[in-house]
Design a binder for this molecule. Structure first.
Ligand code: B16
Ligand code: MG
Length: 222
């Protein structure tokens, strides 16, 4: 029985994915690495260090730097990212999300954030959504990043729910993979080809309608 919703943040609640990409692109340029088009999806949802290693792999430079140098690269990316997210306001909540959260509250559903971002609490504050969720998983406590199911399982446990009680929302293929590995119902937001493992797919958050999603969830759970 549906009792809770679990949300990724970047690319689902707010369009911060473009800021991550902008900041990573700037670092890649500095390191003389050209990011291929597929980097756009591949970088979504991955932890900061996993993202950095992926970028270095695009330039065949995974072993070119020490751990200290890599930590400094990640820090400088995050410094720029922090500047970019200063501009966020509630107007940056993606279309359809405010209504979805309101409808979920009205149904008495519990809600959690499962974001790989250590900046999630700051972003939620800027969006004035810091009291909208029952729990936020602390990514610093994770052993493995998406596509590993750990973050979605922890979010579900923090809500005291079973995998069959929740619907989870993601914009990244790594995230959808993580949800399915956690045996939860996955809503994918974005390119249907990229997110094909999801149980229910919409092109944009504007297309999210809780009644339709719940109907699809009930069909699968029946
Ligand atoms: P930070 P999500 C993810 O957030 C982003 O999609 C990903 O691009 C980023 O590298 C990761 O958070 C870590 O973020 O560097 O801010 O700690 O999509 O899981 O909400
Ligand atoms: Mg995301």
């Amino acid at each position: 029985m549906l009792k809770g919703l679990i949300f990724d943040l970047d690319g689902v609640i707010a369009d911060t994915a473009r800021f991550h990409l902008q900041a990573w692109n700037q670092l890649a340029q500095r390191l003389d690495i050209v990011l291929p088009p597929e980097a756009n999806d591949a970088l979504r949802g991955r932890s900061r260090m996993d993202s950095l290693n992926l970028i270095l792999s695009y330039g065949n430079k995974v072993d070119a730097y020490s751990d200290e140098e890599k930590a400094a690269f990640a820090q400088s990316k995050n410094d720029l990212y922090l500047q970019l997210i200063q501009t966020l306001t509630p107007a940056d909540i993606l279309p359809g999300i405010a209504q979805l959260l309101q409808d979920a509250k009205a149904l008495g559903l519990h809600m959690s954030i499962a974001s790989a971002s250590k900046n999630a609490p700051t972003i939620l504050k800027h969006l004035q959504l810091d009291t909208a969720f029952d729990t936020i998983v602390d990514p610093a406590k994770l052993h493995r990043g998406k596509p590993d199911p750990e973050i979605f399982t922890l979010a579900q446990q923090a809500l005291n729910l079973q995998a069959s009680d929740v619907i989870s929302f993601e914009d990244a293929s790594a995230g959808v993979q993580a949800i399915k590995a956690a045996n939860q119902f996955a809503v994918g937001i974005g390119d249907a080809q990229v997110l094909k493992q999801a149980d229910y797919i919409v092109a944009s958050t504007a297309d999210l309608q809780l009644s339709k999603i719940v109907a699809a969830f009930k069909e699968v759970s029946a």
